[in-house]
Design a protein around this ligand. Structure first.
Ligand code: SF4
Length: 317
């Protein structure tokens, strides 16, 4: 039944069309078993949406996500629930991702209950052994603590323990150190490297912190406004960034040598809204090297000697 809203501004609000946002657009890449692939970029670049879409925590509208030979988008809810034990996520904010009313032993054993893995005694033993691996020692004491009784670093160790408990193959780590003190960050990164070796893990490591990415990643993809603009192995990306946006990001990384001076490049303005994607190259309104073609044609991601770059300038060089 139709009715008229009394306040005109309310009417206008309801009539307003919701803008479509393509937070991740036509992105395609592979992650090899045992590899750590980093995804870097500013806030609003789409990296978190992409990480969550891969795990179907956000449902992608189209595409394929092939994991171990099967397409995750083709799985029914029931089969997806079963498959979830093979892939896990480490969230950015450990406090927000842990139930404050549950003891951490219970939080970490919960995935085992969901997947019906082991008896109660076996589940507890597994939790205690994982606590030791992530350095929550003495494990028996930590088992009965609540999240609020832990430091930020210890909480993130709990989140990592929960991600490991089902013995997964693949972990999306979404800014796992962003909420931690600088002194604790390196400990958590070191822990992630250690457990990767021990558990044979593969990581997608999402971050805006280039120093962390350099420390932990084998390869890095740079995202800008929903697209990957450059992807290369970590060494090449840091020593010879090709895309202007990557060059700008790299110029902001401090060099721990006072004798080496590097010119800091600045992009023009702010990153545009994902509802107003610029025509042509998405970076052109901010790019210091933009040419006429950049305003009209979107550059494709091209193979440039084993690395991938999306920029019209690369054709010229
Ligand atoms: Fe800059 Fe043009 Fe390259 Fe885009 S395509 S990054 S605007 S030079």
């Amino acid at each position: 039944k139709e009715f008229k809203l009394k306040r005109p501004w309310l009417e206008a609000l309801f009539k307003k069309e919701t803008p479509t946002v393509k937070a991740v657009d036509d992105v395609s890449f592979e992650i090899k078993r045992g590899e750590t692939l980093g995804i870097v970029g500013e806030s609003g670049s789409g990296k978190t949406t992409m990480g969550r879409s891969i795990l179907r925590l956000i449902e992608p509208t189209s595409g394929k996500i092939i994991f171990d030979g099967y397409d995750l988008l083709g799985l029914s809810k029931n089969n997806l629930r079963k498959a979830r034990k093979d892939f896990q996520i480490i969230f950015q904010d450990p406090m927000a991702s842990l139930n404050p009313y549950m003891k951490i032993g219970k939080i970490v054993s919960h995935p085992l209950e969901i997947h019906n893995i082991g008896s109660k005694t076996e589940q507890k033993e597994r939790v205690l052994s994982i606590f030791e691996k992530v350095n929550l020692i003495p494990a028996k004491e930590f088992f009965n603590r609540y999240p609020k009784q832990l430091s930020g670093g210890q909480r993130q160790r709990v989140v990592i323990a929960r991600a490991l408990i089902t013995n997964p193959k693949f972990i999306v780590a979404d800014e796992p150190t962003a909420m931690l003190d600088v002194s604790v960050r390196s400990q958590i990164l070191k822990l992630m490297i250690d457990i990767k070796e021990e558990f044979g893990l593969t990581y997608l490591f999402i971050t805006h912190d280039l120093a962390s990415a350099k420390y932990i990643c084998d390869r890095i993809g740079v995202m800008y406004l929903g697209k990957i603009v450059e992807m290369a192995n970590t060494y090449d990306l840091f020593t010879n960034p090709l895309h202007p946006y990557t060059q700008i990001l790299m110029s902001a990384v401090p060099i721990p040598d006072p004798n080496i001076k590097r010119k800091k490049l600045m992009p023009k303005g702010e990153i545009p809204s994902a509802t107003k994607i610029p025509k042509g190259c998405r970076f052109h309104p901010r790019c210091p090297f933009a040419k006429d073609i950049c305003k009209e044609q979107e550059p494709k991601l091209k193979d440039v000697g084993g690395r991938f770059v999306a920029c019209h300038l690369i054709d010229e060089s």
